[in-house]
Ligand binder design. Structure first.
Ligand code: PMP
Length: 309
């Protein structure tokens, strides 16, 4: 395990020691959560002696759109996909990281002010890496349907992965954990189940892998799109449609996905057992495929991994 606080980080367009990368208490992003972020994983394959970044170009694409939404013009104008990926690669190389790592990439309003607006501010980029195993359990979770609703696209768009929106996530997660559950399932204002606290959400019914559409107030998850593609390639029927709360009870399997969460099966929702209460066959198959893909073991999906060394 590397000590991330001893690492070099990327801050305001330069590599600096972790301890030097900090912002003022009058910083707008600190005061109001006015930043956008993404989280990228790198996986170390010992047999290849290689560290693979998973879909960094797709993270860039989503992150750049969020930066456009937040009017982060410095990032939008100065960072191409190639430059962005090179910075991430350089950061891992500089720190000689050869183990599984998670990179937190943030763009934020980098000014001291109490004015609440997106336009007219300078923005900066910050990236650091830290070691991360399972973010949530991957062997069958107990989830609680949250009494907190997901923020609407017309309030704080989940699609934007905006820092301040994660106060909403924290309410849902806290309620679930304090009630003895591992994770929350969150409904949107229409009463459809849309996500976990920080994961996309799938159910399996009669062999069909079903997930809410991107227009249901969700993050356009990279893991979500990976699973949809991989399932299609494996001949598994998929559907993108809204999911009712009662379908949680009718589902054969429930699965949460994310860069942190990877593929995390749910075996209990509130007081209902999902399927037979064990990790189901679809989750098991997708977990294995996903793991093989991110460690660069499947030639068909090599385009999704970028070698660092
Ligand atoms: N939804 C939310 C709200 C999230 O925070 C995350 C984690 N980034 C996800 C879904 C999963 O997205 P991804 O697969 O791109 O990590």
């Amino acid at each position: 395990m590397f000590d991330f606080k001893l690492c070099q980080v990327y801050f305001r367009d330069h590599f600096v020691p972790f301890a030097e990368a900090s912002v003022s208490i009058a910083n707008v992003a600190f005061l109001y959560g006015m930043g956008a972020f993404t989280g990228i994983r790198a996986h170390y394959n010992a047999a290849d002696d290689q560290l693979y970044l998973f879909r960094p170009q797709d993270h860039f694409k989503r992150f750049r759109n969020a930066c456009k939404l937040c009017m982060f013009n410095q990032f939008v104008q100065n960072y191409s996909s190639d430059r962005f990926v090179q910075v991430v690669v350089d950061l891992l190389k500089k720190n000689q990281i050869k183990q599984d790592a998670y990179l937190r990439v943030s763009a934020f309003v980098d000014e001291e002010s109490i004015g609440v607006q997106w336009n007219g501010y300078k923005d900066s980029l910050a990236i650091f890496a830290f070691p991360l195993g399972d973010y949530i359990p991957t062997t069958g979770m107990k989830c609680k349907v949250s009494s907190w609703r997901r923020v609407d696209d017309n309030a704080i768009p989940a699609r934007g992965k905006i820092n301040g929106a994660y106060a909403n996530t924290a309410f849902a997660k806290t309620e679930a954990v304090l009630a003895g559950y591992d994770e929350a399932l969150v409904m949107d204002h229409n009463g459809h189940v849309v996500e976990g606290s920080a994961e996309n959400f799938f159910i399996v019914r009669d062999g069909v892998l079903i997930t809410p559409p991107v227009s249901d107030n969700i993050l356009e998850g990279i893991t979500r799109s990976t699973l949809l593609q991989v399932a299609k390639d494996a001949g598994i029927p998929t559907q993108e449609r809204s999911i009712d709360r009662t379908e949680l009870v009718y589902a054969d399997e429930v699965i949460l996905t994310g860069t942190g969460a990877r593929v995390s099966p749910v075996t209990q929702v509130d007081h209902y057992t999902i399927g037979d209460g064990k990790v189901g066959p679809m989750a098991t198959q997708l977990q294995k495929l996903y793991s093989d893909i991110v460690y660069g073991k499947i030639p068909q999906y090599k385009d999704w991994v970028t070698p660092v060394y």
